[in-house]
Design a binder for this molecule. Sequence first.
Ligand SMILES: Nc1nc2c(ncn2[C@@H]2O[C@H](COP(=O)(O)OP(=O)(O)OP(=O)(O)O)[C@@H](O)[C@H]2O)c(=O)[nH]1
Length: 255
Amino acid sequence: MSSPATSTTIHLSDLRLDSACALLQKGDTLADAADPLAYLQEMIDGLCELSLKDPLTGLSNRRHFNTVLEAEVDRVARSGEAALLLLIDIDHFKSVNDTHGHSAGDEVLRVVARTLQGCVRPMDTLARYGGEEFVVVLPACQPAFGEAVAERIRRTIENTPISISPSVDLHVTISIGGAFALQWIRSTTELWTDRADQQLYQAKTTGRNRLCLEVQPESNVSAEEKNLLFGHLSATEPAWIDMTSGTVADSAAQR
Ligand SMILES: Nc1nc2c(ncn2[C@@H]2O[C@H](COP(=O)(O)OP(=O)(O)OP(=O)(O)O)[C@@H](O)[C@H]2O)c(=O)[nH]1
């Protein structure tokens, strides 16, 4: 990590908890900085970012993703809107590491992450779930749209060359498993993720480089029951935007 006396820029990739603690304990180091308050603020911002982001790819990390997914489960239970969860796993990634080395593997992960980010909407949350696995939650996502997006993601990765050296371009494929949230029902992030994971397993075992989406489960809640469950909320809730059509709708009319 560069000395604060010479530079106030935090290099996140260099930031380690022990070095951050050492800096905080060393009062004279901060006093030497050109602007100790700005330096400290920058360090706090950097630590916050570290706690939310995966350092290799810059995507959200699994912890942050779980928080977003919890909120989405709540939203779907209240609004009955469709939402899709996709688990995305690079096929035979171990052989990339084994054949080309770990740093080539890291580059593949960075390029896949960037490419995936380009395939989803700003309102979607994409994260690195671990190792060579990524996850994305798509709020306000009707089944036909979800399938089209997932297939576009699969095809885009397949067609993206990944340069790991001046003379070597790699192509990788991904398997995708997806499941829609249970509308009107307060489920859990674990159950939702498990359903998507079963689909990913299906995609892997039936040949890889494919997409398996669970058929969206029918809601058993009748219109009358929805009114009983949520009718009392409509008087206090503001109008909201239907993200699928872009129209502003009265929340009561959606139920
Ligand atoms: N370069 C690199 N490799 C990683 C990282 N995290 C996990 N891996 C590697 O990812 C590989 C995952 O291998 P497997 O779980 O066998 O999966 P796979 O080879 O993709 O096979 P399938 O998923 O069945 O298609 C392992 O070799 C891990 O070491 C990372 O951050 N960087």
